[in-house]
Design a protein around this ligand. Structure first.
Ligand code: ADP
Ligand code: MG
Length: 270
């Protein structure tokens, strides 16, 4: 059964259409990455799938329309990490990770021993034990990103093929930490049976990790398929208005930006 089925999703913000009738199907355990120029509607689309924005069209998860699932139930199955999540001041990393259990705690109740155990296990899995008592605000970018992921995983723990939505999870990280976070997401996808949807700007990296790419331009689905079909010179240069070469490698297509040469400068052939 398809994990996530999005059918003709449209979102308006401030009276303006931002996402325009976009459809996609993501299989359980797949990783789908939304790419597209700034302002294309990537964050809007992720937020609409997460139920944080009103939308038109259909979103169903594991065969059930989201409209028929309570917000609480949806939060047990779908977790979203915003591009720059709000960091509550003065909160320890462990307490932050534990917030992920909120949809599992009965109204007016407290976290159970099991909730604490889940949060602790996730901290161990994400190498956050040494930071557990530290103030979240004092963590570096890479450490913080692990804490954001930990909170989302704690939220999804116990759900088969939970849906993890990550909005530009690596945009604040250097190349090494980018790789660390994406490898971690990939491991979790396999070990914890997650279906993953991310947005990302680094096109070659997006293609390396994702099973499928959605190219969104001005709110419209321009291409959806495996990286080799979406990361083409024609599509990328046209829709990003960029000069690029696409080099095929054993690890997939690599998109290389090509600089402009001015008359008289190095490489000029006139
Ligand atoms: P992306 O994540 O692809 O960069 P966004 O989804 O953040 O794009 O934004 C898509 C478009 O929606 C942008 O043009 C942005 O200015 C616009 N937008 C975002 N939020 C609002 C809002 N609250 N009201 C009106 N327009 C908005
Ligand atoms: Mg965005």
């Amino acid at each position: 059964m398809t994990a996530l089925h999005v059918s003709e999703l449209s979102v308006e913000l401030g009276g303006k259409p931002i996402v325009k009738s976009v459809s996609l199907a993501v299989e359980p355990g797949e990783w789908c990455t939304i790419i597209g120029p700034n302002g294309a509607g990537k964050s809007t689309m992720l937020n609409a799938i997460a139920g944080l924005l009103p939308s038109a069209g259909g979103i169903s998860y594991r065969g059930r329309p989201f409209a028929n699932i309570s917000r609480r139930q949806r939060a047990r199955e779908v977790a979203v990490v915003a591009q720059n999540p709000t960091v509550p001041p003065g909160m320890s990393v462990f307490d932050y990770v534990l917030l992920g259990r909120n949809p599992h705690v009965p109204p007016l109740g407290r976290e159970s021993a099991n909730d604490l155990e889940v949060a602790w296990d996730v901290c161990k899995r994400l190498s956050l034990v040494e930071f557990a008592r530290r103030d979240l605000e004092t963590l570096s970018g890479g450490e913080r990103q692990r804490a954001f992921l930990a909170r989302a995983l704690t939220q999804l723990s116990g759900t088969e093929y939970g849906l993890l939505l990550l909005d530009e999870p690596t945009s604040a990280l250097d190349i090494g930490h980018q790789q660390e976070v994406l490898d971690l997401v990939d491991d979790l996808r396999c070990d914890a049976d997650l279906t993953v949807i991310t947005s990302m700007h680094e096109l070659s990296v997006a293609g390396e990790y994702a099973d499928r790419l959605l190219l969104l331009v001005d709110g419209e689905r321009v291409a959806y398929g495996p990286p080799s079909e979406v990361l083409t010179q024609e599509l990328i240069s046209r829709h990003y208005k960029a000069r690029v070469n696409v080099v095929e490698t054993p690890d997939g297509p690599v998109v290389v930006p090509v600089r402009r040469w001015r008359s008289g400068s190095r490489g000029d052939v006139d």
